[in-house]
Design a protein around this ligand. Structure first.
Ligand code: NAP
Length: 351
């Protein structure tokens, strides 16, 4: 029997939930679905929030995981896939959420929107999944399976943050915070691809050096008390049109009051470092604070076209092998030693 990694609830006195490998029956697709044989999956920080019980609307015993690449293993007899030009055996990426089609403002129906994994939308840490045919997309041919697995959730989040929200264009100064993160590295690569001047922050000087290989002009350590002054020294005093941020927390005050230009954009999609006090300088300085999460199916398609056009290869930091290694891989992500995405190859498919 095939296996899957489910979200197991633990008693109240134990803080962390479990990512538990269990045997599950092979699923059967409905006429508008396809059976996908999973070849590789990738972690997201979201997995940590879920296992910490720090995520809304958890569905216990549901399969975990948002990012996967696989091949189409089975189509129902009266399937509708040919309209998408996909066939059995094709390599596909799975849309990492359900229920957001194309509205640029946000999901069309909030009550039906769900991010894949640990939720009402089945996850992908499994040997097999069934997915709506509309949620399957051909993998850009130049990407390996491991690279492709790294792309969906982070690649989409960075794309919407930079372009739909930040409206980043050539020649603008862009700061990406916490460059070791999976989303942050896509934001760096995308912004560099359109000709922006990209700077980064990190807790680790070695990561800043590595970021330069992907187009960063420089960076500073966000743990330094005067990181904002160091940053503006690097740019010769030039401030930033857009900041792409996944951290929030104590450093946000400096971003809003001194790092951004007048009328700059603070694009925020995470709170890895906690919340922040808004203060008053953001409105005095005409700053737009733009919240964003992942993106629509239409943006996912645009993101795939963009990545292909610019020949962007996801940065994969570490690769583990086998679904049973997912707890180890999650611990590795917790330790934040990674640079780029953490990917797990999936093998040993049983019927
Ligand atoms: N809203 C959405 O749709 C969405 C989508 C994806 C992710 N997120 C959120 O965005 C965050 C990042 O996700 P991810 O999957 O890219 O995470 P990840 O790969 O685990 O990376 C987290 C990174 O955060 C950075 N960081 C930690 N503390 C920081 C601070 N005080 N200032 C700046 N950076 C800091 C670290 O960068 P260094 O290693 O360089 O120090 C770390 O590598 C998470 O909070 C996640 O939940 C939200």
């Amino acid at each position: 029997m095939p296996s899957a990694v489910i979200l197991e609830q633990t008693p109240d006195d134990i803080k962390l939930h479990n990512a538990k490998l269990v045997k599950v029956p092979k699923p059967t697709p409905n006429p508008d679905e396809a059976l996908v044989k999973i070849k590789a999956v990738a972690l997201n920080h979201r997995d940590i929030w879920i296992l910490d019980g720090n995520y809304p609307k958890l569905v216990f015993n549901s399969v975990l995981g948002s990012d996967a690449i696989g091949t189409i293993a089975q189509l129902p007899d009266n399937h509708t896939l040919p309209s998408k030009n996909l066939k059995t055996g094709d390599r596909v990426l799975i849309m990492p959420s359900n229920g957001w089609i194309s509205n640029p403002l946000g999901p069309e129906d909030e009550t039906r929107y769900a991010i894949r994994g640990g939720s009402t939308s089945p996850g992908v840490y499994a040997h097999y999944t069934v997915n709506d045919q509309a949620d399957l997309f051909k993998v850009p041919e130049y990407l390996t399976d491991i690279e492709a697995a790294a792309l969906p959730l982070s690649g989409l989040t960075a794309f919407r943050a930079l372009f739909t929200k930040g409206q980043v264009t050539k020649g603008q100064n862009v700061l990406v915070t916490g460059i070791g993160g999976g989303v942050a590295l896509f934001a760096l690569q995308y912004a560099a691809a359109v000709g922006a001047n990209v700077y980064v922050t990190s807790s680790d000087e070695a990561k800043i050096e590595r970021a330069k290989q992907y187009g960063a002009k420089g960076g500073v350590n966000y743990r330094h008390a005067k990181w904002d002054e160091e940053l503006l020294q690097l740019t010769g005093g030039q401030k930033f049109h857009v900041v792409i941020d996944s951290a929030n927390g104590a450093n946000t005050g400096a971003i809003l009051s001194s790092v951004l230009i007048f009328g700059g954009k603070f694009v925020s999609f995470g709170q890895t470092a906690g919340s922040f006090e808004l203060g008053r300088l953001y409105f005095v300085r005409q700053i737009s604070i733009l919240g964003t999460t992942m993106g629509s199916r239409a943006e996912f398609e645009q993101m795939l076209d963009f990545v292909t056009k610019h020949n962007i290869r996801p940065v994969v930091g570490d690769v583990f092998h086998g679904l049973e290694k997912i707890p180890d891989a999650i611990q590795h992500l917790r330790d934040a030693k990674h640079f780029g995405k953490v990917v797990i190859t999936v093998d040993g498919h049983e019927e």
